[in-house]
Design a protein around this ligand. Structure first.
Ligand code: UDP
Length: 513
């Protein structure tokens, strides 16, 4: 099955344009769109994915679609459905394999299941689309359906892959071998990083980076009063006096010395508003490198006790610095046993720290019951941080880094492929060579904590980089250019597609579409 979704109403281009810092980006987008619209005229664009709610792709599509529409593109959203849970188990396996994980054994039954559901989905999508349309298919779930449609209709088909691993393994080879017959039908593929392009799609692939929305709750500017209000409402600071807004129904919690959780104002104020703060916010995933980051911070603090030759500012900065490790509250990761395991490991490591180190490290659970409150707390925490760490062993892109760069934090990232796309080392942040080496982490943090001028310089450049490359406007521009070029190549002279009856799929026997 496939159904049409109306993207929820988003802020308009005029809203972005009214913000001084964003107006030039919106102007450039409008100019680019104006020059490309004649090519796009008469061609509908269809984004196809597998869910309208939950997950990164479902979050990314509404702003993309609504900005395209406002610019005059006939952009639409189709969501595929299948009532066969085995299909989604299979596509989850493919997802894991593309990340290099789990069992690489895909058999004939898997092929048959994937082919069958793809064929049914293609039939449903065919009821909406016509020759001359451009189909943009996201991730492996609807990939087969898009390929089948491309073979039967005169449409342009682009596959957008949001996942990838920067090396080949038996697992990635198995996934790409499985998907190859479908991938080969597409005119173009789009990836997040060049390292993720598999051999079978090389030569037809383009890079479009993920992007952030500067007016979303996670990224919008916060006045001092708002910032303090959010931190107090979420219990990340104690209310400094009477507050105009009440506390959030669910509060941020901090791991206590006795291994219980209590509101994050306990046992004492963390110092977010006045101390040097190093923060990492991520899912509780081993690949995010929380544990070595905590060990690195501990080394930095322990070594301070032995150092006698530091200048006074440097010493005070290291003495006062605190580390925040924040992630989603465990109730929201009920179906994520690995998340629970990683959190348990961190709890154990925290319990083994000296008491003064326990004071200087805050392991925080952020409330997840309200997406808005969660986003505002992430925003406020990033804005209170002098250094934002993303110590990932692997990272698809790393939106947490993009978000913090936009807020001009000094970033300490790693060499993970997604972070390398964003951070030019020494210019927009620092990259540790080995995120599992606490000594290197300690040295990098020391260097950043010693030098406020360097942090300032890195932060400014980071914000400019996000402005130029990773805001939603750049993303829309890249899509418009890609789609316009694809149309010009596909229908070079007249721009006229070859018309097939749009009922083509309706009567096609099962499995033959
Ligand atoms: N995030 C959040 N609350 C949390 C932890 C993470 O909102 O408690 C958000 C974070 O701000 C970012 C996203 O989750 O927007 C994570 O995306 P990223 O690309 O960094 O990593 P992924 O989780 O997709 O591997």
């Amino acid at each position: 099955m496939a159904h049409l979704v109306e993207p929820p109403h988003q802020v308009s281009l005029a809203d972005y344009e009214s913000i001084a810092q964003l107006s030039s980006a919106v102007r450039e987008l409008r100019q680019e769109a104006e020059s490309l619209l004649p090519v796009l005229d008469g061609h509908r664009v269809w984004m196809v994915n597998s869910t309208s709610q939950g997950g990164g792709v479902a979050e990314l599509l509404p702003p993309l679609l609504s900005l395209m529409r406002e610019l005059g593109v006939d952009a639409n959203w189709l969501v595929m459905e299948s009532d066969d849970p085995a299909f989604f188990r299979l596509t989850k396996r493919l997802h894991n394999l593309i990340h290099g994980q789990r069992d690489a054994n895909l058999g004939a039954a898997d092929r048959e299941l994937y082919g069958q559901v793809s064929s049914d989905t293609a039939e449903m999508i065919a009821r909406h689309i016509s020759p001359g349309d451009v189909l943009v298919v996201h991730d492996p779930q609807p990939m087969g359906a898009g390929a089948m449609l491309r073979k039967k209709m005169d449409i342009e088909a682009i596959w957008r892959c949001h996942i990838g691993l920067d090396r080949e393994t038996p697992e990635t080879r198995a996934a790409w071998a499985f998907l190859d017959e479908y991938g080969s039908a597409y005119d173009h593929a789009v990836f997040t990083a060049p390292e993720y392009i598999p051999g079978c799609l090389a030569g037809r692939a383009t890079i479009i980076h993920p992007a952030i929305d500067p007016l979303s709750h996670k990224n919008r500017e916060l006045s001092v009063h708002k910032l303090v209000g959010i931190l107090a409402a979420g219990a990340l600071i104690a209310a400094p006096g009477p507050m105009p807004t009440p506390p959030f129904p669910q509060l941020a919690e901090r791991l206590q010395r006795d291994e219980t959780w209590a509101p994050a104002t306990e046992p004492e104020d963390i110092g977010l508003l006045h101390r040097p703060i190093v923060t990492q916010i991520s899912r509780w995933d081993r690949l995010k490198g929380f544990l070595p980051l905590m060990q690195g911070f501990a080394i930095l603090k322990r070594e301070l006790r032995q150092k006698s030759n530091l200048d006074e500012d440097h010493r005070r900065s290291l003495q006062l610095a605190r580390l925040i490790l924040a992630g989603p509250d465990p109730a929201s990761i009920e179906d994520d046993p690995e998340g629970k395991e990683v959190l348990a490991e961190l709890r154990k490591a925290y319990a083994g720290l000296e008491p003064d180190l326990q004071d200087d490290i805050a392991i925080i659970l952020l409330p997840m019951s309200s997406a808005k409150h969660n986003a505002l707390l992430v925003n406020a925490l990033q804005r209170c941080s002098d250094i934002v760490a993303q110590n990932s062993l692997q990272e698809g892109f790393g939106l947490t880094a993009t978000e913090a760069m936009w807020k001009h934090a000094a970033i300490m990232g790693s060499q993970a492929a997604g972070l390398r796309q964003q951070i030019r080392p020494g210019l927009d942040g620092c990259l540790v060579a080995n995120p599992e080496d606490p000594r290197e982490i300690a040295a990098t943090l020391d260097d950043l904590l010693r030098d406020p001028g360097k942090r300032e310089m890195l932060g400014r450049s980071a914000q400019q980089r996000v402005h130029d490359e990773f805001l939603v406007f750049t993303q829309v521009r890249r899509w418009l250019v890609l789609i316009a070029n694809a149309i010009k190549t596909h229908w070079p002279s007249t721009g006229d597609p070859i018309r097939h009856p749009s009922t083509f799929f309706r009567n096609a026997p099962r499995g033959e579409t």
